[in-house]
Design a binder for this molecule. Sequence first.
Ligand SMILES: *Cc1c(COP(=O)(O)O)cnc(C)c1O
Length: 331
Amino acid sequence: MNLAQFPRRGYVKTPTPIEYLPNFSKALNAGIDVYMKRDDMLPGAGGGNKTRKLDFCVADALNKGCDTLITCGAVQSNHCRLTLAWAVHEGMDCHLVLEERVPGSYNPDASGNNFLFQLMGVKSITVVPKGTDMMAAMQGVADKLKGRKPYIIPGGASNALGALGYVGCMEEIMAQMFAMGLNFDHMVVPSGSAGTHGGIIAGMIGNNINIPVTGIGVNRPKPVQENAVLTVANQALELLGVETRVPADKVVAFDDYVGPGYSLPTDAMVEAVSMMAQTEAILLDPVYSGKAMSGLIDLARKGYFAKGSKVLFLHTGGSPALFAYLPTFRK
Ligand SMILES: *Cc1c(COP(=O)(O)O)cnc(C)c1O
């Protein structure tokens, strides 16, 4: 697929590493070898998956003559942190609309990503209650700006353009597999606003790579999440001018690891984050990669992956959010 037809800013200059996790695989003791795609090491303050998507979205904003980015997310949003970071890098303004998905959870003095919003000089933060029409709320912020040209990026940059970042990631993985002489049997990805999972699926189907992908949802019920992934994957293929569409049965996004709700801790997440830290010294996050890894651990223990499988886990980043969860890990 020809990704070069779309302008990007070049934030992703070199492939992120694929690493074998020998100590973690041994501790898991489920007869599988776990590898990790280190997208937590992507450039952008604090790292993480949104950089691949913003590479395309910010290029579009600049090509349209915009000088201000407006985006939205949860109160500890990594996507908001990275949109702000790249706005600063480009000399643009950035305004954030934060959805209080857990009532009362916004604390202007909180650590983690919230602290970084302040540190990197966010122009404004608007906090809205759960269930608010976020596109309308962002448009409201745009309408009030005087003498600026705003560009609105949807939550998670999970539109077709943003998802191209993960089509690119899939192509990068393929090239690395060939160079390393590694053939993965399965891939596990976090599934949130769906652009990451959707882009990976579009890259898999568009390139005829027959590796099963299991998504681990962090928010929505399984059928709703799978439909969101399918939609953005097909939109990305359409944007790329590829005629193939994704068969619905290629999209799997389990909701068994969400726990009480988005961003709310689970014991399995604490186990996954602690186990990864203590076996490989790799930092996961409480909201996405920690819950996704708790899914991989549970599925492996249940025999979901065939014995001897090589399983690639996509580490999407998010570790700055750990610092907003100290009591969860200290108890
Ligand atoms: C946003 C995010 C995800 C989920 O990616 P989506 O494209 O929104 O599904 C996973 N991990 C981290 C750390 C994130 O910030």
